[in-house]
Design a protein around this ligand. Structure first.
Ligand SMILES: NC(=O)c1ccc[n+]([C@@H]2O[C@H](COP(=O)([O-])OP(=O)(O)OC[C@H]3O[C@@H](n4cnc5c(N)ncnc54)[C@H](O)[C@@H]3O)[C@@H](O)[C@H]2O)c1
Ligand SMILES: O=c1ccn([C@@H]2O[C@H](COP(=O)(O)OP(=O)(O)O[C@H]3O[C@H](CO)[C@@H](O)[C@H](O)[C@H]3O)[C@@H](O)[C@H]2O)c(=O)[nH]1
Length: 619
């Protein structure tokens, strides 16, 4: 019987192994992890991650040919080693017969070579074949991506043993993936293809986001531009949605990885090219922060900001960028209330207090008790987020609602609920729509909501009835004034996709009209005479100041590179293993070898270029 053991029951390990178990009933699949809570959750009804369809797949196989466990040699030692090096050593320790070791994580190019080195140094005569089989699933669509992958990539050595190993893994996927979608390459092409795919996807987003800045400056509509561009069959329509910037656990780290590989291979121009994708992403996030502040007439006194939506994508409980960066940007200004129906308070506080990228570390490496960010209150309802403190504060207080992500169905429910109840709000309320991802078809058929706001300006009070249509990310407010100054007049305000109020015109009646398109933008400020320009924010933060620090101070996730940081894998054998005889003295066998383990910590797995060869070539 073929057996597969997967080390790491995370976002990739859990779903991919569950899919293999489902599609290959004759294969026994064990998923192991050092995290007891995570494994406990995998064995319970409350799985540690939420992915549509995952529950069903797990329930069908768990206990039959799919097992989750914490059993492993690591339970006798803390996880002090570099994770991949440690895992490789552990495999060498426990293996009693030939093994195929599959690298599924996204890794720097030539990591497989380093793993191979560790394994062969400690092989006890066992033959190990290393394959690279990067995963391309996206969070939120993991099961569909695993069921119908665009491609499965398998990289291996170009030797008879290497090719045999590739065929063995191919046979597993052939149970449900069409043959022509299984691509076989050499080891390094597979490793690099993963980084390249993510870099290309992120580059498209940065391109359209850069274009959105130009659209704003020129009066073009970025959704129309990206649609027009995407209809070119050579370009294609996917991943062309302008947003507040890409988030998630992979794009940024993988591009930084690519940048770092380029730099260490002496390709600074290429490195600079890919860095630009991240710089534009940072620019996009900080532009949004600036836009929020400037839409408050550059004054933040007596204002409270409510953030609706924190997760980076539909249905996810994971926040990560861009919400974290935007909140951090806004936190510098005012108290912030955050509401997200999916993300817990603990998670939000943890993410806001952690250093950038710490949230990508396994839970056991994250700070245990993050300090609460004092200005942030995490609340259980959109209504509470937007009204609580402002209602009892001064008349000129202003709730500024920042809708970070119109992406989750339940989140939209939250917004709808909030808008229905907004008739209670007695304060100046402004709504800034910031980002959307109109890949979500639900967005194109959004409901019409109505809200009524009473604006209590002495001698000039009036009610505003606003109707909001979110269809294809267009938003409208129909304003019906009943105050003496504006009596009988009806106005329609359009809030453009980037959050600013771009057009303003009079209409006859209360009907909602579909977005008429290219009317000249008047850039009329929203009720300017009702707001005092009390404390102007004179120096708005520049994009680079806030977010690009990571380019100057590489995040912890990066491994040092250069001649001084190369993998120096010490020769290692379990205590009791006699190198001269090549045999294992069972009585003394011991997997715990801290001294050599410590030597592996922080070492780099990317081999440096052989400069002497280069010099010779040049000469
Ligand atoms: N999340 C995604 O959507 C996605 C998609 C494709 C590829 N990837 C890549 O896959 C890799 C894993 O990502 P993930 O999202 O599954 O991460 P994750 O943090 O969800 O899971 C990693 C798991 O490994 C466990 N672990 C850590 N050290 C261990 C050790 N020494 N022994 C046993 N278990 C250990 C952790 O406890 C955790 O449960 C990354 O390289 C990532 O870039 C992720
Ligand atoms: O047109 C678009 C598409 C996406 N995004 C944003 O980009 C980020 C990432 O989205 P997505 O790629 O759907 O999610 P991830 O789960 O990060 O998946 C990416 O990263 C994974 C980890 O490497 C890969 O396996 C996947 O193939 C790759 O899509 C999110 O913040 C989206 O809002 C946009 O701003 N505009």
């Amino acid at each position: 019987m073929v057996k597969i053991c997967c080390i790491g029951a995370g976002y990739v390990g859990g779903p991919t192994m569950a899919m293999i178990a489902l599609k290959c009933p004759s294969i026994e699949v064990a998923v192991v992890d050092i995290s007891v809570p995570r494994i406990t959750a995998w064995n319970s009804d409350q799985l540690p991650i939420y992915e549509p369809g995952l529950d069903d797949v797990v329930k069908q196989c768990r206990g039959k040919n799919l097992f989750f466990s914490t059993d492993g040699p690591w339970s006798r030692q803390s996880c002090r080693f570099d994770i991949l090096g440690g895992a490789a050593r552990m495999i060498a320790d426990v293996s009693k017969s030939d093994k195929i070791v599959v690298e599924k994580s996204t890794v720097p190019v030539k990591t497989a070579e380093a793993i191979e080195k560790i394994l062969t140094h400690n092989s006890k005569g066992i033959n190990f074949q290393i394959l690279s089989n990067p995963e391309f699933l996206a969070e939120g669509t993991a099961i569909q991506d695993l069921l119908h992958p665009d491609r499965v990539l398998i990289g291996g050595r170009d030797t008879p043993e290497g090719q045999k190993a590739i065929q063995a893994l191919k046979a597993v996927y052939s149970n449900w993936v069409p043959e022509e979608r299984i691509l076989c390459t050499n080891l390094w092409s597979a490793e690099l293809s993963k980084l390249a795919a993510n870099a290309f996807l992120a580059q498209r987003i940065s391109s359209v986001n850069a274009m959105s800045a130009l659209c704003e400056a020129t009066g073009a509509d970025v959704t129309q531009v990206s649609y027009a561009v995407g209809t070119d069959s050579r370009i294609g329509p996917k991943f062309l949605n302008a947003s507040v910037g890409f988030g998630g656990s992979c794009f940024q780290k993988d591009i930084l990885n690519l940048v770092y590989i380029c730099e260490c291979n002496g390709l600074p121009e290429v490195a600079e090219y890919w860095k630009q994708v991240i710089k534009i992403n940072d620019y996009q996030k900080s532009s949004f922060v600036n836009r929020v502040v400037s839409s408050m007439f550059n004054t933040v006194a007596n204002k409270k900001i409510a953030i609706l939506g924190f997760a980076f994508k539909k249905d996810l409980v994971i926040p990560r960028d861009p919400a974290i960066d935007v909140c951090k940007g806004l936190l510098g200004t005012r108290p912030v209330s955050i509401y997200d129906p999916q993300v817990t308070e603990d998670q939000i506080q943890r993410d806001l207090t952690m250093n950038k990228f710490d949230w990508d570390h396994p839970l056991h490496l994250q700070p245990m008790s993050p300090t609460t960010v004092k200005q942030v209150s995490v609340v259980w309802g959109a209504y509470e987020a937007t009204t609580k403190s402002s209602c009892c504060s001064a008349a000129l207080s202003l709730v500024h609602i920042v809708c970070l992500a119109f992406q989750t169905a339940s989140y939209l429910e939250g917004v709808k609920w909030f808008l229905n109840d907004l008739s209670m709000v007695r304060s100046h309320t402004r709504l800034v729509v910031s980002t959307r991802d109109n890949r979500n078809t639900q967005l194109s058929s959004l409901l019409l909501w109505e809200l009524r706001i009473v604006i209590p300006v002495p001698g000039n009070s009036f009610q505003m009835k606003a109707r909001i249509v979110l269809g294809n990310l267009k938003m409208k407010r129909l304003q019906e004034t009943v105050g003496e100054d504006l009596n009988g007049a009806n106005k329609e305000l359009e809030i453009n996709p980037s959050g600013g109020i771009s057009s303003y015109w009079w209409v006859n009646g209360n009907n909602i009209h579909e977005y008429a398109g290219a009317e000249a933008a008047v850039h009329f400020p929203f009720f300017p005479h009702y707001f005092e320009l009390d404390h102007r924010v004179t120096a708005l933060v520049q994009p680079r100041d806030i977010y690009s620090v990571l380019l100057d101070h590489p995040p912890r996730k990066l491994v040092s590179v250069g001649p001084d940081h190369q993998a120096d894998v010490p020769e290692w054998a379990p205590k009791g293993f006699s190198k001269s005889s090549g045999s294992l003295d069972e009585s003394g066998a011991h997997v715990d070898d801290d001294e050599n383990g410590v030597k592996l910590v922080g070492t780099c797995v990317i081999p440096r270029p052989i400069w002497s060869h280069l010099h010779t070539a040049v000469a």
